[in-house]
Design a protein around this ligand. Sequence first.
Ligand SMILES: [Zn+2]
Ligand SMILES: [Zn+2]
Length: 214
Amino acid sequence: MQKWKFDDVTLQRFIVGSLEVNCYLLTTEDAAILIDPGFGEDELISCLELLKDMKSKQVFLTHGHFDHTGFCPELVKKGWKIGIHPDDKFLLNRVPPDFVELGYRDEVFEPYMTIREGVCYNIGGLTLQVVHTPGHSPGSICLIDLKKRLAFTGDTMFADSIGRFDLAGGDEQALMNSLGKLKNLLEPDTLVLSGHGGRAKFSTVLKINPFLAE
Ligand SMILES: [Zn+2]
Ligand SMILES: [Zn+2]
């Protein structure tokens, strides 16, 4: 687990499940936001146990693929409120049989809220803005704090690559447009925290990611 501090917000990264999804946990004294809880790893479970009495516990899904959503059924039972973009609801509750064997639970859950383009969510001194970035899936989103230079990009953009566009609802042209949108939005010193793989400053992404190279 990695840990950073942004003013009054603690940010932790857990790598979860056999597809090694980056699950991010943002906490203050009285609120928690969890991004992409794909799998219930022990370390994550014990961290969440400490938060069980917190009033505000929200989960934001960058998209609906099971490797990012797998722990949601358990979290719903524990009072977490799950949010997803409406265009990705159709992807929920679909776990391929091979992955059920690997421990991903095929249990149905209903999201609590839909999250849409332009809406902002605050936690401590951070303001996460929802940016709709379809392509990897129709309802893929990024969560971006433009001022604090922080971007959670899910499977839309990795440090050195981009997400697949050949899965259900994927669209290559839409993904290219979404990358263009991110390019216009992100300052070079933005920390890019993606759904898989390591983190990088956006200035580095522009150099090492062939899909964004100038
Ligand atoms: Zn995905
Ligand atoms: Zn993924």
